[in-house]
Design a protein around this ligand. Structure first.
Ligand code: PLP
Length: 368
């Protein structure tokens, strides 16, 4: 039995009629840039994220760049972020002209280690970007406390965790602002690139709104230098169809995750199953196990059995060539995770027999 890592078509097929109707509505309106569809989606998204303001933007990557620009962070500034994350977290810091400073992660949750932040602070440090990796909130309590103590801004990279909660509150607007991605593989997937910025700060929302559209309050009158970070109207219309299903998609992922954990528990002396920290909901954008020693071998075995897996992420960012590759102090946990992680198929529409096949294949690998 072949089991894909992700089959987005299963989710979109059942909504085909509604999606076509949304597309037709935009086609007939003739409005393809911003407008009512985007505003209606922003209103829904703000409510879903428990935030006062939400801004539709061109991608999750641009949302981070826009957040940094709106906070006035740029050349001469340093921003702390995890090394073990997707490239966009740090790439956006560098695109804003600031310097990413990489902190180590925790081995059990894959998230930024709050204790690793303080030694990296310098007079130039302006912000921290925790990432809620794989769908599990980072430990925001100590991170926000530290930021408050040192006068730092906090941008939550919520690309993988739209809808997750930390101590009963939705992530995204816990700090100054948060950024979401609707890249098709995220829990809420668009039909191309799309993203969101959320905040409770009215002035920050106002600045971000201007910067999203070339810093112009009135067309051709530019108060600030922004960019084109707008969400496509057609994406907003299509996302309005899917957003009401987000909670159900997430529940599907969580069910698969708890089944994997139940099925794979007997292998716990050989593989490390994902841990959910207390006081947090894990929305399981990825179900990521750690496979000490034999990760690549297991991935190849599963590939030959027709099972899709992925390595998020094989090279920690402090080792990337574009960031100077390992000039900084070593980050042992980030490096260990990069060598051990393997993500299994966990998309909501995965069938029970597919899930069982994945677990069985992992047993066979260790028995064989
Ligand atoms: C997907 C992702 C992004 C970037 O989102 P795009 O919409 O693909 O630009 C940023 N950070 C993290 C952690 C992500 O997973």
């Amino acid at each position: 039995m072949r089991v894909p890592l992700l089959d987005i078509q299963r989710q979109n097929h059942v909504l085909q009629e509604e999606l076509r109707a949304a597309f037709d509505r935009v086609l007939e309106s003739g409005q393809f840039i911003l407008g009512q569809e985007v505003e209606a989606f922003e209103e829904m998204a703000a409510a879903a994220a428990d935030a006062r303001f939400a801004l539709g933007v061109s991608s999750g990557t641009d949302a981070i760049l826009l957040a940094l620009m709106a906070l006035g962070i740029g050349p001469g500034d340093e921003v702390i972020c995890p090394s073990f994350t997707f490239f966009a977290t740090a790439g956006s810091i560098a695109r804003a002209g600031a310097r990413p400073v990489f902190a180590d992660s925790l081995a059990d949750t894959f998230n930024l280690d709050p204790v690793a932040i303080e030694p990296l602070l310098t007079p130039r440090t302006r912000a921290i970007i925790p990432v809620h990796l794989f769908g599990q909130p980072a430990d925001m309590g100590p991170i926000l406390e530290l930021a408050r103590r040192h006068g730092l801004r906090v941008i939550e990279d919520t690309a993988q965790a739209f809808g997750a909660e930390y101590c009963g509150r939705s992530v995204g607007a816990l700090g100054d602002c948060g950024t979401m991605s609707f890249y098709p593989s995220k829990n809420l997937g668009a039909f191309g690139d799309a993203g969101l910025l959320v905040t409770n700060d009215r002035e920050l929302a106002r600045r971000a709104r201007l910067l999203r559209n070339h810093g112009a309050e009135r067309q051709y009158f530019h108060a600030m230098i922004g960019g084109n970070f707008r969400l496509d109207t057609v994406q907003a219309a299509l996302l309005r169809v899917k957003l009401p299903h987000l909670a159900a998609y997430t529940a599907g992922r969580q069910k698969h995750a708890s089944e994997y954990t139940r099925l794979l528990r007997p292998l716990e002396d050989r593989i490390i199953l994902p841990a959910a920290a207390p006081d947090r909901t894990h929305i399981m954008n990825q179900y990521t196990i750690r496979v000490p020693g034999r990760r690549d071998e297991l991935q190849e075995y599963l590939r030959r059995r027709g099972i899709g897996t992925a390595i998020y992420y094989p090279v920690p960012l402090h080792r990337q060539e574009c960031f100077g590759g390992a000039l900084e102090a070593p980050l042992p946990v980030a490096e260990m995770l990069a060598a051990e992680v393997l993500s299994l198929p966990v998309f909501p529409e995965l069938k029970a027999e597919e899930r069982a096949e994945v677990a069985q294949a992992i047993f066979d690998f260790y028995d064989g």
